[in-house]
Ligand binder design. Structure first.
Ligand code: TNX
Length: 537
C-alpha cells in the first residue's frame, strides 16, 4: 500500500507535536540509590522513567506467581497514589510507560529462584526472574527506588520518577531471618503481620516464632488444651498473656507465604518449659504442677526426660504444629537447660529429633544441641558458644548464625537505652552491621552456613512501638549481612544509605532509634542530579 506524501507529512507533524509536548525530566544517576540490602550490580544509564496514572502492570500470561506479585505492587502503589494500576496478562513485551513482570532473564548461568534483574529504561520497567521470589525481591528494589512518600496512604499529585539502568541481584545466603519471642510477652496476629511486612521490605525470608517459654504457651494444641488455657494466661510482669488459635497461626503462615517468608515454629524444650509444667502435672518428675511464672529468670525448668508421657506430649505438639507449617523446619529450642542433667539432655534431644523427623521436618536447635546425635540433616543455631558451633560443623550440621553480641535485637543500643537487656553487651547500629558470618567460628565456612537470623527476645518488649524501636534500624543491617557479600559491604558507605531510609521509616510510621552514628537525611529522590535541575525543562 502506498502512503501519500500528505499522510507522511501529517504523521511526522503529529509525532513532532507529541514529542515536544512530553515534559522532560532532570537526568538521574541510579548509582545514587539507597537500596538496602545493597544489590550485587548496578549499571546506570542516566535517564528517567515516569510512572503515572497511565502506567499498567503487564504480567507474562499464565504465570501465577508473577500475577500475585503484580497484585502486591498494584496495592502498594494504589495506597500511595490512589491510582489503580491495571494488571494485564500478556504474551509480548508491553508498550512504553508500563511495568513488565517476566520469567525471561538475560543471565544464562543458572539463575537461582531468588535472582532478579530490574531493567528500567525511559520506556519500560522490566523485572525478570526465574522464580516468583526473585520477582518479589525485584519489586522491593523498585519500591526503594521510589520516593518514601509512596509508603504513606494518600494521593500523590506528581508523577513518580525513576532512574534508568539495570540492577542484577541475588542473595548470599538462602536463609535470612528474624525471630520474634511471643512467649515472654504475647503479640497478636496484626503485630506479627507488621513484623512480616518489615522483613519483606528488606528481602528477608524467614520468621522464627518462639512460641513457648517459662512465662507462656502461645499456640493452641488440641490434644493438650490446658497448655494455652492455663499456660497462656499470663506473661512477664503478670499481664494477661494470650495465644494463637490454630486459625490465627494458619493466618500468619498464609500472610508470611504471600510475602515469601517461611514460618519456623519453635517449642523450647526440655528447659524453658514452666508454662507446660504448670498446665500438666504429669510432665514433672514429682507429678506436681508448678506455679505460673511471670519473672525474667532462665534455666530453672525442665521436662521430666525419663517419663514416656513426656515423649507422647512432644509427639502431639510437634505433629499438630507441623501439620500447619509448610516450611521444612521445626525448632526444638534446647537452650539453657541448666536444670537438666547433661546425659538426660542429650537423651531428650535425640528423642525429640527423631520425633521431628517422623513428622517430616528438619530439626533446628540452639547451639547446645550440637552435643546430641546431630548430623547433616540438622541445623545448629549459633547464639552463644563458638565451641558448640564448631562441634556442629564437625558433625556435618548446617549452622544458622545469630551471634548474640551482633545479632540480638534485644540488646540495648547503649547504656542509656531504656528497653532491652545487656548480658551480651550493648549493640550500636554499627556493631549490628559490621560482622561477617563466615569469620566468626574457626573452621566454619560459607559451605556450613545456612544463613543468618536476628532474634528479638521480649522480656522488656510490650508493644509494636517497643518492637520497632529495638529492631530499627538494626534489622536493615542484618538484612544486608544476609544478602550482600562482605567484599561489597562497608559501614561507612552503608550508614549513608541507611540515613536516607529515615523518610521511609517515618512514612511507614516506624518508631526507630535515631542513632547518633547515622547521618540521617531528610530529602528524597537522591538519584536526581540536582546540579542540572531546571536546565532540561
Ligand atoms: C538468652 S538466646 C536466651 C533467651 C533470653 C535471651 C535474652 C537463647 C537461646 N536463650 O531465653 O530471652 O537470652 O536476651
Amino acid at each position: 500500500m502506498r502512503i501519500s506524501i500528505l499522510t507522511t507529512l501529517l504523521m511526522v507533524g503529529f509525532f513532532l507535536i507529541l514529542t515536544s509536548c512530553r515534559k522532560s525530566y532532570p537526568p538521574t544517576d541510579m548509582h545514587r540509590n539507597s537500596v538496602i540490602p545493597k544489590p550485587v550490580s548496578v549499571v546506570a544509564t542516566n535517564g528517567t522513567f515516569v510512572l503515572d496514572d497511565g502506567t499498567s502492570i503487564y504480567v507474562e500470561a499464565g504465570n501465577e506467581g508473577l500475577m500475585k506479585n503484580a497484585t502486591f505492587l498494584a496495592e502498594l502503589l494504589r495506597n500511595a497514589t490512589g491510582i489503580e494500576l491495571e494488571i494485564e496478562a500478556t504474551e509480548d513485551k508491553p508498550w512504553r510507560g508500563n511495568i513488565f513482570l517476566t520469567s525471561r532473564v538475560s543471565e544464562k548461568e543458572n539463575p537461582s529462584k531468588d535472582y532478579y534483574e530490574l531493567n528500567i529504561t525511559e520506556k519500560l520497567i522490566t523485572i525478570g526472574s526465574t522464580g516468583a521470589e526473585g520477582s518479589f525481591y525485584g519489586i522491593q528494589t523498585l519500591r526503594q527506588l521510589l520516593p518514601a512518600s509512596i509508603e504513606t496512604a494518600g494521593t500523590l499529585d506528581k508523577p513518580l520518577l525513576l532512574p534508568t539502568g539495570t540492577i542484577k541481584d541475588r542473595p548470599q545466603y538462602g536463609y535470612r531471618g528474624a525471630m520474634l519471642d511471643v512467649a515472654r510477652h504475647f503479640f497478636d496476629v496484626g503485630t506479627v503481620k507488621r513484623f512480616i511486612d518489615y522483613l519483606a521490605l528488606y528481602k528477608m525470608n524467614a520468621l522464627h516464632l518462639h512460641l513457648t517459654d517459662d512465662q507462656g504457651w502461645r499456640i493452641e494444641i488440641e490434644s493438650w488444651p490446658n497448655l494455652t488455657k492455663h499456660g497462656g494466661s499470663t506473661e512477664v510482669g503478670g499481664g494477661e498473656g494470650g495465644y494463637f488459635t490454630k486459625d490465627d497461626y494458619k493466618e500468619i503462615v498464609q500472610y508470611a507465604a504471600d510475602h515469601y517468608v517461611m514460618i519456623v515454629p519453635e517449642v523450647d524444650m526440655p528447659g524453658h518449659t514452666n508454662a507446660a509444667l504448670a498446665s500438666y502435672p504429669e510432665l514433672n518428675c514429682d507429678g506436681k504442677a508448678t506455679d505460673l511464672y511471670t519473672g525474667m529468670k532462665v534455666g530453672f525448668s525442665t521436662l521430666c526426660t525419663d517419663k514416656e508421657v513426656v515423649y507422647e506430649f512432644v509427639d502431639d505438639v510437634v505433629r499438630e504444629i507441623s501439620e500447619m507449617t509448610p516450611g521444612p523446619y521445626f525448632h526444638i529450642g534446647g537452650d539453657e537447660s541448666h536444670s537438666t542433667e547433661q546425659d538426660d539432655y542429650v537423651y531428650f534431644v535425640n528423642r525429640a529429633r527423631e520425633i521431628v523427623k517422623s513428622h517430616g521436618k528438619q530439626m533446628i536447635g540452639w547451639d547446645e544441641v550440637a552435643h546430641a546425635n546431630v548430623n547433616s540433616e540438622d541445623v545448629v543455631q549459633y547464639w552463644s558458644k563458638e565451641e558448640n558451633a564448631s562441634l556442629g560443623v564437625k558433625k556435618g550440621t548446617k549452622v544458622l548464625v545469630s551471634p548474640a553480641k551482633h545479632a540480638y535485637l534485644d540488646m540495648k543500643y547503649d547504656s542509656t537505652t531504656v528497653l532491652g537487656l545487656t548480658w551480651a553487651g550493648v549493640t550500636e547500629v554499627d556493631d549490628a552491621y559490621d560482622w561477617s558470618p563466615e569469620k566468626l567460628v574457626e573452621g566454619m565456612t560459607n559451605e556450613n552456613i545456612l544463613g543468618i537470623e536476628a532474634p528479638l527476645w521480649s522480656e522488656t518488649v510490650e508493644t509494636i512501638d517497643d518492637i520497632e524501636f529495638l529492631i530499627f534500624p538494626r534489622l536493615s543491617g542484618h538484612a544486608e549481612v544476609g544478602w550482600t557479600s562482605p567484599e561489597k559491604r562497608s559501614w561507612d558507605e552503608y550508614k549513608v544509605r541507611l540515613g536516607r531510609h529515615q523518610n521511609r521509616f517515618k512514612a511507614l510510621g516506624i518508631d526507630f532509634y535515631e542513632s547518633p552514628l547515622v547521618p540521617w537525611q531528610d530529602e528524597e529522590d537522591f538519584f536526581i542530579q540536582e546540579e542540572q535541575e531546571g536546565t532540561q525543562e
